[in-house]
Design a protein. Structure first.
Length: 168
């Protein structure tokens, strides 16, 4: 049974107090401005052709990747458990638009590759959660995000899952 979107998002936002607010040297204002231009700046490519189910607290998601890492991201096949890739370039930004049952935007989850030495535990990835209006709700070393990526063995793909091939 799926958890209702508002309840699941409220639970995620409530966890913010248990997460580090360390931005890992990232400029969160710049990240927020980049997010605001997601569909209009020409700086991002939507990877999936249609919204698809995700482990995140949403019915479906869309995934956008910034130009710095789009080619490397497209090489990821989440069904290939033996695949490994090189590290993403600095400033690569990966955005998941979280959608409700009707396809309306409910929130964004964001990963940004920082400079070497920024966040050792996650190979320099910054993590953030934004509401549907683009306001930052929590950021830094978000334990529940990191723990899930670790549990899925994503260190081998520089912490990134990829989009299912049938959703592209």
């Amino acid at each position: 049974m799926k958890t209702p979107i508002p309840l699941a998002l409220a639970a995620l936002f409530a966890l913010a107090g248990a997460c580090s607010s360390d931005a890992g040297g990232m400029d969160e204002e710049t990240i927020t401005m980049r997010l605001a231009g997601l569909e209009t700046s020409g700086e991002f490519t939507r990877i999936n052709a249609t919204p698809f189910e995700s482990q995140h607290a949403a019915e479906t998601v869309n995934v956008w990747v910034s130009n710095e890492g789009v080619d490397l991201y497209r090489d990821l096949d989440p069904d290939d458990s033996s695949a490994a890739i090189e590290d993403f370039p600095e400033f690569t930004m990966i955005v998941k638009e979280m959608l409700d049952e009707e396809g309306a935007l409910t929130a964004y989850t964001v990963m940004v590759k920082g400079a070497e030495g920024g966040v050792a535990r996650t190979d320099d990835w910054w993590w953030g959660m934004y509401d549907a209006g683009g306001a930052l709700q929590m950021s830094g070393e978000l334990g529940f995000c990191i723990d899930c990526h670790e549990a899925n063995g994503l260190e081998r793909t520089d912490w990134v899952q990829g989009v299912p091939m049938d959703a592209r």
